[in-house]
Design a protein around this ligand. Structure first.
Ligand code: ADP
Ligand code: ZN
Length: 767
């Protein structure tokens, strides 16, 4: 008997109680918290009647079961119901079936299982993660009693003698094409509930309970546009994808198209084909790109588009989910979690900007939408299109190995040239002359020229706040968050210093808290300081700052972009929020204020991220006839990632970066897992981290493959929210080997009370 089932037994059944041959109906249940299971429960006959569908015990529904010695009532997900020999086990019974219909199809359960296996996450938590809270809670619906007239009564309604009010109510109900709720019937028959209840008592009308929407769905209507006629490269790309659609075979395409090469039009025309087969498509875009403009491009071309994202209310999500499940939706456009959209006949999945880190979830299950999409499309036998101007090296290498098919759009639509990119070497003193701010002289001059010609300017600075550090020049004191090991950032508008990793903020110090010297310095540039500088330098231009501080209010992001698109704003500055997928033909200058911020992160992907960022932001210009240019301020103009980004040369970047990854056994050549251990007590946390590392090393010694365990070492963010943090990186040649050394660990380590640890397969966050 597996260990997990022993917990269900208070005592072993005596041998004479065992009846191996007895066939019973068994539900397999997994839990989303506490011991994960799976646990077997007996299905009582009352839940075994398929005709009684409301309470039929089947896979994909949640059930209430007694758990543990105290028979605590808990809710779990049923993953399987089967008639099997009891094996002599004395099983407890399912107490209630919660969902009146399965929340998860057999396919989604299977997908959940493969995710649980891949990421070493408990299946119950995976399933809970797949289903939005609003779907689980049936948000926006209400159980309502609906009345209808018995058929045999309806046939002889004129012959029945009844008081006036009852007669009227009965006639109105009989004439209604749909069952009516009490309130609806009362209103139409202009009566109280009395006559209706009387009809029910007499057995003339019947009632049943149904879940109905509390508010009707509002679907936006958008003016339709026609397909564009594709250029040669687009047509060839579409043709390749269509061949795979016709063959109904799973195949993964890497659509490598420079910014502005018209990838979206290729997706849309491929989806038009899918829709013509009566199937649905899922399009994933980074959350930040999920703007009305993006969604609008799909609404213009399809009648039924559903949008899924994390800012939706539970009610809205539940409603979209039901629409999708009903099969009426043609295209689902959404962020990461939309990969779980319950499309009944999936025909195609597209992941736009596939290199984006936001496709990786940072909580359990720590899945990457691309990894899930690969599994789902393979299961369902449909193509997957990964699109990017700067593919992840993982996808690029998979294409080189022939696992994905590479499709290229090497030119911008209608042959617009790529913008010229130039570095401004910040080490060069002459550039700084006349400037003590964030903008060098060449940058200022270029902005001036662009604005004079009526162009618009975008400035990227990937740090929010005003001053990014507060330091005392006399004693060296640096102001850090008391709960985290990071510098506090001064926010001038709100007038506080804040930690960007936790909620802590406090009044800005006027003296050094340590030596009391009054000369405490506020240094470093954040977007707020940049904004002040730009306003002072270009008083005649309208300036708009876009970062997560200025864009808190829902809808403010769209308003800001609209203002920029209309030309009400000439200079848009902000964090990477401005770098993503936006299309503004009048932007003739893009400035990267500091390309080095991302370059020096303690992360093996730092160069890749920098390359992505610079290329993406550079792609925002030169989209109109007036062309455009890009200026990049940096202290390391010779860094290969920057040199390649300035030449728009993805292949050169990949060719330079891949050998380094290979040498170090990093992805895409090896696979990583990251374990983070955190706790309030420094030594105890480290000691536990060492225990884990030791256990992994022991397991690694039993494999024939080479497995490296690096660490434990303090995380780059060594302290966060009063917890000390240590991490270790496990490097293996492939995923199977990683699982081999980590599976025996997951869920089985005895963890001290004050310590927590997490396991992240294919980590993206190394902080
Ligand atoms: P990408 O996603 O590759 O950056 P987009 O799909 O945003 O590029 O296309 C850039 C612009 O070119 C959009 O305004 C789009 O409407 C336009 N476009 C795309 N394909 C064509 C085409 N075949 N003919 C004319 N314009 C096109
Ligand atoms: Zn903090």
């Amino acid at each position: 008997m597996p260990a997990h089932q022993q917990q269900l037994f208070d005592t072993e059944p005596a041998p004479w109680e065992m009846d191996d041959a007895e066939q019973v109906r068994i539900a397999r249940i997994v839990m989303s918290s506490g011991p994960a299971g799976p646990f077997d429960y007996l299905v009582p006959d009352s839940f075994a009647d398929e005709k009684n569908s409301e309470s039929f015990a089947e896979a994909g529904r949640r059930m209430r079961v007694p758990f543990g010695r105290g028979n605590r009532s808990v809710v779990g997900y049923c993953t399987e119901v089967a008639v099997r020999p009891s094996g002599g086990r004395k099983l407890k019974s399912v107490a209630a079936v919660i969902d009146t219909a399965p929340l998860l199809s057999a396919r989604m359960l299977q997908l959940g299982e493969s995710i649980a296996e891949y990421y070493l996450a408990p299946l119950g938590q995976v399933l809970e993660g797949i289903l939005p809270a609003g779907v689980r809670g049936k948000a926006g619906t209400r159980e309502t009693t609906l009345f209808s007239v018995l058929t045999k009564v309806a046939a002889k309604i004129t012959q029945i003698e009844l008081p006036e009010k009852q007669k009227k109510a009965l006639q109105i109900l009989a004439a209604s094409p749909k069952p009516l709720a009490m309130r609806q019937l009362m209103a139409r028959a202009e009566c109280t509930s009395g006559p209706i209840n009387a009809l029910r008592k007499k057995g003339l009308i019947e009632s049943h309970v149904e879940r109905i929407d509390t508010d009707p769905l509002f679907e936006e209507t958008v003016e339709r546009t026609q397909p564009l006629s594709l250029n040669g490269d687009q047509a060839a790309a579409l043709k390749t994808i269509e061949l795979s659609l016709d063959a109904r075979e799973p195949e993964t395409f890497l659509l490598h198209g420079v910014t502005g090469s018209g990838k979206t039009e290729v997706y849309i025309q491929a989806i038009e084909k899918v829709v013509s087969f009566g199937r649905q498509a899922i399009v994933l875009v980074p959350e930040i790109s999920l703007t009305p403009q993006t969604v609008g491009r799909f609404r213009e071309r399809f009648d039924h588009v559903a949008v899924l994202h994390s800012h939706q209310s539970d009610v809205e999500r539940h409603r979209q989910w039901k629409r999708i499940a009903s099969g009426t939706v043609q295209v689902v456009v959404g962020a990461r979690s939309a990969i779980f959209a319950p499309t009944p006949h999936l025909g195609l999945v597209v992941i736009d900007e596939e290199h984006e880190t936001s496709f990786k979830q940072s909580t359990v299950p720590r899945y990457h939408a691309r990894e899930v999409a690969l599994r789902r499309t393979c299961e369902e036998g449909v193509p997957l299109v990964l699109g990017s101007a700067t593919p992840s090296l993982e996808s690029w290498q998979a294409a080189k190995r022939g696992e994905y098919r590479l499709v290229s759009l090497p030119k911008r639509v209608s042959d617009l040239p790529m913008p010229a990119v130039r570095a401004i070497d910040l080490r060069d003193e002459s550039h700084a002359k006349g400037s003590r701010g964030a903008l060098s002289r060449p940058m200022h001059q270029a902005m001036d020229a662009a604005l004079k010609e009526g162009g618009q300017v975008m400035l990227l600075l990937n740090r929010r706040g005003f001053s990014t550090h507060v330091q005392c020049p006399k004693c060296g004191f640096a102001l850090k968050c008391p709960a985290c090991d990071v510098s506090m950032v001064f926010h001038r508008q709100a007038n506080y210093v804040a930690c960007h990793w936790c909620d802590h903020h406090e009044p800005p110090p006027t003296h050094c808290p340590d030596c009391k010297d009054a000369n405490i310095r506020y240094g470093g540039f954040g977007t707020q300081k940049l904004e002040a500088e730009v306003r002072a330098r270009f008083p005649k231009s309208a300036v708009l700052r876009m970062d997560s501080d200025s864009m808190r209010r829902p809808g403010s992001h769209e308003e800001a972009l609209d203002a920029f698109r209309r030309g009400d704003v000439q200079i848009l500055l902000g964090t990477q929020m401005i770098a993503k997928g936006l299309d503004f033909p009048n932007v003739t200058l893009v400035g990267v204020v500091n390309a080095d911020t991302a370059l020096h992160w303690p992360d093996f992907r730092a160069a890749e991220r920098t390359f992505h960022l610079v290329t993406q932001v550079a792609g925002r210009t030169g989209r109109g006839e007036r062309g455009g240019r890009v200026l990049v301020q940096t202290l390391s103009p010779d860094h290969p990632a920057l040199v390649a980004a300035m030449k728009h040369d993805y292949e050169a970047f990949a060719a330079g970066e891949l050998p380094e990854r290979e040498m170090l056994g990093y992805p895409p050549f090896g696979r990583l897992a990251r374990l983070v251990v955190r706790g309030a007590k420094d030594q105890m946390t480290l000691a536990f981290a060492e225990t884990i590392a030791e256990a992994i090393r022991d397991l690694a010694a039993t494999t024939t493959e080479t497995v490296h365990v690096v660490g434990p070492a303090p995380c780059p963010l060594a302290k966060l929210r009063d917890n000390y943090r240590f991490h270790m990186i496990v490097k293996a040649p492939d995923h199977a080997t990683l699982l081999k050394v980590l599976t025996p660990l997951a869920g089985k380590l005895k963890t001290p009370d004050d310590v927590q640890w997490i396991l992240d397969i294919d980590p993206s966050d190394m902080m």
